[in-house]
Each structure stands twice: as structure tokens, then as C-alpha cells.
Design a protein around this ligand. Structure first.
Ligand code: LMR
Length: 333
């Protein structure tokens, strides 16, 4: 266990048993790994603004962006220990704490667009998945979008064969590992905050991410080519420490629920535009070639990645994949 997390957790525990003042606000520390000017950064700031407004200052939300407090893996441990109260890790990051079902969102080409995604997140499957988090000491509150991922490298990535032998940074997801192995590439799990340097120094050759993450981390400055693949999705699960959340007084909770609902609608309403804007900024710099695939090249990528589904079925079970596909493709199976 990380020393910092333990120290922070004991401070949090002391705060709980310390002398309570009627005026002291409830503090929600919201830690995340991306820049403030990203879909998650903006949604978390919106939640802060609304939560503080609706509770009349009885709740104070402190947002810590850019892995300032914790890197990817430490975040969820810190939440479970109560060192932070709220996070929004990507789907991919729940596998390592034993909730592998969220990895289904990482399957290549499983979502044609964000509208279809809503059918999953706003429907019974979305609720069922959030409920899995209870057993891990956390409560799932909402699904926040980032958007679709692109592939980048210092080599032009056009055909599946172009990926062969290259090292790609991945989030800690077995699906993403299978995705790159299927292409004959070498996946390497790495914290988000370390990606820029790893690309710059050649520790890895490439990576996959959304336009907003590529732009705000300046990855386009150290990647010669970015291919518009839209091959996968990055979204977030907003989670809170369950004990903390259950302990929030009943007269405050509805205001926080309202703030979360509205921050979610706000964030999800503009994430696509933020990614489009980031793409426009990347184009303006002229530092990276943006490669668009022909329909045939796109089809070849889809075909090459089909075997990932069988691989992942072994982990999360075919019924879960079928349930997801039923929502997204109308397949009945
Ligand atoms: C990544 O690690 O690439 C992303 O999950 C970062 C994020 O939170 O968007």
C-alpha cells in the first residue's frame, strides 16, 4: 500500500472522530488524472459549483486534477480507504480492483456512437454494473463520457500489420491487452501521467486515447502520426466511498444527487464538442499527421480485432457481452 495513501487515510479518519463543529462543511475530495480542460475536468468542476451552491456551502468540493494526489492505480485504493471521497476513473481501471465487468466497455468497436452508449448506461445493464461496486466499498453514482479513442505512433498506422512489434501504452485492462496482442503489438500498462514522457523517450512507440486527452497531455507533440480509428471508448464511472456517502445527512443528500445529475447532463452534453475542439487544436499545430482510413481500411481493422471478443468472453462471460450487444446492436442472440 502506498505510504501517502495511508497517511492521508489516517488524517481522514482523524477528521471523522475529531471535534465536530456544526459549521464545518463536509469536504469531498475529488481526485482525477486528467487536465482541467477535458470532459472529466469540466464535469468535476461543474459538480463542485452545483454541489456547493445547492447545499449553501454545507458541502465543499475540492477537485484535484492532473494526478496531483494519486496516479491511476492508487486512486481507487485511496477511495476505498477513505483518503479521497470521489473519483471518476475510466471503465478500464476497475478490473484491477476485481470488477472486471466494466471492461466490456473497452471492447473494440462495441459502441457505434454516444447515443447508443446511453442505452447501456441509462438502462438496466448500466444500473446492474454500478451495483457491483457496493461490494468493493464504493457507490457508483454516474457515467461520464470522454469519447472515442484514436491510435497514435511515430509510424503510420493504416493496416493491422502496421501495429506488429510496436510497443503501446495501455490502461490496466485485460481487454486492451488482448486488443494489442491480437494486432501483434506489445501492450505495456502505464499510468496516464507517465505517457507523455514514455512516448518522448521511446519507452513505448504508441498509445491510444481520445482527442482531448491527446491534446491536453501534448502527446501530439511526440507522436508523428495519429490515425482516426474511433476503435474504442473511454468513459468514466463516478464513484464515492460508500461509508462516507451513506453517512451524508438526509437533508443534504438530495442536493448532492441533484448536483451530480445536472453535472452529468452538462458534461455528457458537451464531451463530443470538447474532443472536436481538441482535434482542431491538434490540427492547427501541424505537429502530427492525422490519418483518415478508407472504409476498406476501417473494415480490415474491425476484422482483425474480432478475436478479442472471444478472448474477453473467457474473462467476463459471453452473457454479459450479449447483454451489452443487445442494447447496442439490437442483437438478440
Ligand atoms: C487513460 O489512462 O488513458 C485515461 O483513462 C485517462 C482518463 O482518465 O481519461
Amino acid at each position: 500500500m502506498h505510504k501517502l495513501i495511508l497517511a492521508a487515510a489516517s488524517v481522514a479518519a482523524l477528521a471523522l472522530v475529531g471535534p465536530a463543529s456544526a459549521q464545518a462543511p463536509i469536504v469531498i475530495k475529488f481526485s482525477h488524472v486528467v487536465a482541467p480542460n477535458t470532459p472529466k475536468g469540466l464535469a468535476s468542476e461543474k459538480f463542485k459549483e452545483l454541489a456547493e451552491k445547492y447545499t449553501g456551502g454545507k458541502v465543499k468540493v475540492e477537485v484535484y486534477p492532473n494526478s496531483q494526489l494519486y496516479k491511476d492505480k492508487e486512486e481507487l485504493e485511496a477511495l476505498q480507504l477513505g483518503a479521497v471521497q470521489m473519483l471518476a476513473p475510466s471503465n478500464a481501471k476497475f478490473g484491477p480492483i476485481g470488477v472486471k465487468e466494466f471492461e466490456v466497455f473497452d471492447l473494440p468497436y462495441i459502441l457505434p456512437d454516444l447515443k447508443t452508449l446511453r442505452k447501456v448506461t441509462d438502462g438496466p445493464l448500466g444500473t446492474k454494473l454500478l451495483n457491483l461496486l457496493d461490494a468493493k466499498g464504493m457507490t457508483g453514482l454516474a457515467y461520464w463520457d470522454n469519447g472515442f479513442k484514436m491510435m497514435s505512433a511515430n509510424k503510420r498506422l493504416v493496416t493491422p500489420a502496421d501495429y506488429k512489434g510496436l510497443k503501446f501504452r495501455i490502461q490496466s485492462s485485460k481487454v486492451l491487452e488482448a486488443q494489442f496482442r491480437t494486432l501483434g503489438a506489445i501492450p505495456q500498462v502505464m499510468a496516464f501521467s507517465e505517457v507523455y514522457q514514455a512516448l518522448q523517450t521511446g519507452v513505448v512507440d504508441g498509445q491510444e486515447n481520445t482527442w482531448s486527452n491527446i491534446y491536453t497531455q501534448k502527446m501530439h507533440e511526440v507522436q508523428k502520426h495519429i490515425t482516426v480509428t474511433n476503435h474504442g471508448y473511454i468513459g468514466y464511472i463516478v464513484v464515492v466511498n460508500k461509508k462516507f456517502w451513506d453517512g451524508i445527512p438526509a437533508d443534504i443528500k438530495p442536493q448532492l444527487d441533484r448536483a451530480m445529475k445536472e453535472a452529468t447532463a452538462y458534461g455528457n452534453g458537451q464531451s463530443a464538442k470538447e474532443n472536436e475542439d481538441a482535434l482542431a487544436e491538434i490540427k492547427k499545430t501541424g505537429k502530427s499527421e492525422i490519418i483518415t482510413l478508407t472504409p476498406e481500411q476501417d473494415a480490415a481493422m474491425r476484422k482483425a480485432l474480432e478475436p478479442v471478443y472471444q478472448d474477453v468472453a473467457k474473462r467476463v462471460g459471453q452473457p454479459l457481452i450479449d447483454e451489452f450487444l443487445k442494447e447496442t446492436r439490437g442483437a438478440t442472440n
